[in-house]
Design a protein around this ligand. Structure first.
Ligand code: GTP
Ligand code: MG
Length: 452
């Protein structure tokens, strides 16, 4: 019902974690579908958003949730592939996600992308819980499908219990090393001060009711005020991905975090060169409980209110950037909104120098994260852009004054085919990696060796 102002919107929950630690499986279990089975190599290719209504959540949480205690409409989950930078998830200078679930494999513990996620959560001040996943792989585990974790723990042998405990305390220790005081969630009194760890299995569903309960509790208690929005205000969102869609051309998968977007609205979208002003031709929404990235047949809708994932079809979106803002103009002037978008983009614009390396990244957010990492490592940047590595990037890298700066650092991007021979013939070194700090380390090691 979009006729009342100041209704509570759905909190946005980002699911983060290292590759294969079980993010997509956890969401699959929550929405009772099996998206991951349809995925090539079970690797998530794209970012998706899934809206889980309160009814479904309370159904799954069973005895742990009394739906009458909650007035939030549900939770909007954003899945992030492990190899992808979730730093795309930004909004109006802050984090797009209201809360996050950090998925950690109980046997593997912290891994590079876990550390990277922790860094981003710390920097953005995003409240989070840890899902200690795959408890069912504990030797001798006696699975209790879909049960709350305490009940499931009671059904385990002493040996299985103590093995799991050992792994859980390892994770709690790693959180502590990362500067977060953490404990098993049922021992946490104040979720603002301590990180709750929820042991669970995405495979058997045990512990999942606990996670949903903690997430609902967190959003209800700490975020209710922020969830009060003017639901009829001009829509604001963030581009998760730019995708070609047959019959529509370039479209942008967007998470709307404020106001409402209507079909026919004039919108301003952050673009490669400058803001794109365009008119919405279609708003495409996956059906409830379906997944935006696998749904082939989209439902055309007249409007979409926050918080939701929606695919926007409009002319001229091919230059749109992942991570960039989307703003509805509505009763303001186009210039005013263009200025707003420019100001927001300026905040993330990377500082460049006359000397330095060329940086390419897949999204605005990851470009920003790269720039931060390089600044800390005192590596200057000559040029930084979103997009795949093109011939002109090689040409620019070649102009660097110092040999060590004749380098391109590519994060989650490809070398375009027409740039391959240029790279072979140029005196330019290419570094590619899907973990930011590893990319920076690779480059630093190269410079060290060069100086020897
Ligand atoms: P990326 O999207 O590639 O980063 O991976 P992900 O974190 O989404 O992991 P995904 O859900 O694809 O799971 C990776 C593998 O772990 C799959 O083979 C899953 O079946 C398995 N897996 C996930 N959760 C569990 C669990 O709770 N128990 C067991 N035994 N296996 C699990
Ligand atoms: Mg996945």
């Amino acid at each position: 019902d979009h006729t009342h102002a100041d209704t509570l919107r759905t909190p946005i929950v980002a699911v983060l974690g290292h590759v294969d630690h079980g993010k997509t499986s956890l969401l699959d279990t929550i929405r009772g579908s099996a998206v991951s089975e349809g995925e090539a190599g079970a690797i998530t290719q794209h970012i998706g958003a899934t809206d889980i209504p309160l009814d479904t959540i309370s159904g799954m949480a069973g005895e742990l949730i009394d739906p009458s205690d909650f007035d939030l409409p549900g939770l909007l989950f954003i899945d992030t592939p492990g190899h992808h930078s979730f730093s795309t998830l930004r909004a109006r200078g802050g984090a797009l996600a209201d809360i996050a679930v950090l998925v950690v494999d109980v046997n593997d513990g912290f891994q590079p992308q876990t550390e990277e996620a922790i860094d981003i959560l710390r920097r953005t001040g995003t409240p989070f819980v840890v899902a200690a996943n795959k408890v069912d792989t504990t030797p001798g585990w006696n699975p209790q499908d879909g049960d709350p974790i305490q009940k499931s723990m009671d059904a385990q042998s002493e040996r299985a219990k103590s093995m799991l405990d050992e792994n859980l305390y390892e994770i709690i220790g790693q959180l502590s090393d990362a500067g977060f005081s953490a404990d098993l969630y049922w021992r946490v009194q104040d979720f603002q001060k301590n990180i709750g760890v929820v042991p669970l299995s995405a495979l058997t569903g045990e512990g999942v009711p606990d996670l949903l309960t903690v997430l609902m509790g967190l959003s209800q208690r700490f975020m209710k005020e922020e969830m009060a929005i003017d639901v009829t205000g001009p829509g604001e969102g963030t581009v998760l991905e730019v995708k070609d869609e047959r019959g529509f051309g370039a479209t942008v998968d967007t998470v709307v975090y404020d106001g409402v977007i209507r079909n026919g609205d004039t919108v301003v979208v952050g673009g490669q060169d400058e803001p794109i002003v365009t008119e919405i031709r279609a708003l495409l929404r996956p059906r409830p409980l379906a997944e935006i990235r696998t749904e082939k047949e989209f439902e055309k809708v007249g409007e979409v209110g926050a918080a939701a994932g929606v695919k926007i079809a409009a002319p001229d979106l091919d230059q749109a950037m992942a991570g960039a803002p989307v703003r509805v103009v509505r009763d303001r002037t186009v210039d005013q909104v263009v200025d707003e978008v420019k100001a927001e983009l300026a905040e993330i614009e990377v500082e460049t120098a006359d000397n330095g390396v060329v940086v390419k990244a897949d999204t605005l957010g990851s470009l920003e994260a790269m720039a931060n990492a390089l600044r800390e490592a005192e590596v200057p940047i000559l040029r930084a852009e979103v997009g795949d590595i093109a011939p002109r990037d090689i040409a620019v890298a070649e102009t660097a004054n110092q040999d060590e700066h004749k380098a391109i650092l590519g994060f989650n991007v490809d070398l375009l085919q027409n740039a391959e021979s240029d790279l072979e013939n140029a005196d330019v070194k290419l570094f590619k990696n899907e973990v930011i700090y590893q990319l920076v380390e690779d480059y630093e090691r190269y410079v060290e060796e060069k100086q020897r």
